[in-house]
Design a binder for this molecule. Structure first.
Ligand code: G
Ligand code: G
Ligand code: MN
Ligand code: NA
Length: 256
């Protein structure tokens, strides 16, 4: 209870919250293709608290909408700043929770933030997990995704393969990209079952014209296996860890 009050205060003041960014890369040559924004809470006594720990708390206590809005505003402000200083024009992807989708004003929230900062929607990707997409409280999410896509946002299914992956929903949901969960990558290339699953997902995605980004690539053999199977993109420690905006900027900001 104490922690939730502290979270409420952190959210109101904003100074203990921060977005880290993990860059996404072409497997073949390491070229930068995007970044995922990952929320961090720098607690004054407890140190860095993971979103895996405080997001469930925020959801239970009705703070998730405000937290989600903070993330959107912060990511869009960062995008505007990066465009102004000449960073590569690659999309920043934010995680969208079920409650943000259920609440119903996500489209307006996004549009307001983008308009305020003069950032095109194509630069703000939206990641939704299978459980968010299939959450009954959200109703039929297809029209919502259509609307978000019509606004210009690219859309990805996060943690792909870990939810109730019925392949049927891939056919009817308007999405651009699958983020293949790192659970399938970890034991590559030795694990025969994971190798078969990954190869099959890649083949299926090709047939559906969906891009695939492999999460959690940590080793060269994992990378080589994925390239051989036709995967183009990755987000993993082999290329970069989540890091503060200033560090990403130091690496990619080239003098004009
Ligand atoms: O970066 P890290 O391993 O700590 O992230 C842990 C989990 O928290 C991941 O599943 C990630 O999707 C989730 N997460 C990180 N940032 C956000 C956010 O801004 N919103 C939501 N809903 N989830 C986030
Ligand atoms: O939103 P999502 O659940 O995909 O969040 C990405 C999470 O995966 C972040 O918490 C990030 O720290 C973590 N992650 C990203 N790359 C790697 C990796 O190569 N290895 C491991 N173990 N975790 C990773
Ligand atoms: Mn994600
Ligand atoms: Na993921």
């Amino acid at each position: 209870l104490e922690l939730v009050n502290e979270l409420r205060r952190a959210l109101a003041q904003g100074d203990q919250l921060e977005l880290y960014y993990q860059t996404q890369h072409r497997l073949e040559d390491g070229g930068l293709v995007g970044m995922e924004a990952l929320l961090r809470w720098r607690h004054p006594q407890q140190g860095m608290i993971s979103p895996g720990d405080f997001i469930p708390l925020a959801e239970r206590h009705g703070l998730m909408a405000a937290l989600g809005n903070w993330v959107i505003d912060r990511a869009v402000a960062q995008l505007a700043n990066w465009q102004a200083v000449g960073m590569p024009r690659v999309p920043v992807w934010v995680n969208i929770s079920a409650l943000q989708l259920i609440q119903g004003d996500l489209e307006a929230r996004l549009a307001a933030a983008l308009t305020r900062h003069h950032v095109p929607a194509a630069l703000l990707g939206l990641e939704l997990t299978e459980s968010v997409l299939l959450d009954e409280r959200a109703g039929d999410v297809s029209p919502r995704l259509e609307a978000l896509r019509a606004q210009g946002h690219p859309i990805a299914i996060d943690d792909f393969g870990t939810g109730y992956s019925s392949m049927a929903y891939l056919k009817r949901l308007p999405v651009d990209k699958l983020k293949l969960d790192r659970a399938f990558i970890r034991a590559l290339p030795e694990d025969v079952a994971d190798a078969a699953i990954v190869a099959a997902v890649l083949a299926m995605a090709r047939g559906l014209s969906l891009e695939v980004i492999a999460e959690g690539v940590e080793t060269e053999p994992q990378r080589d296996f994925l390239i051989a199977e036709g995967c183009l993109y990755t987000q993993g420690f082999l290329f970069a860890r989540p890091q503060p905006a200033a560090e990403v900027e130091a690496r990619y900001l080239r003098a004009l």
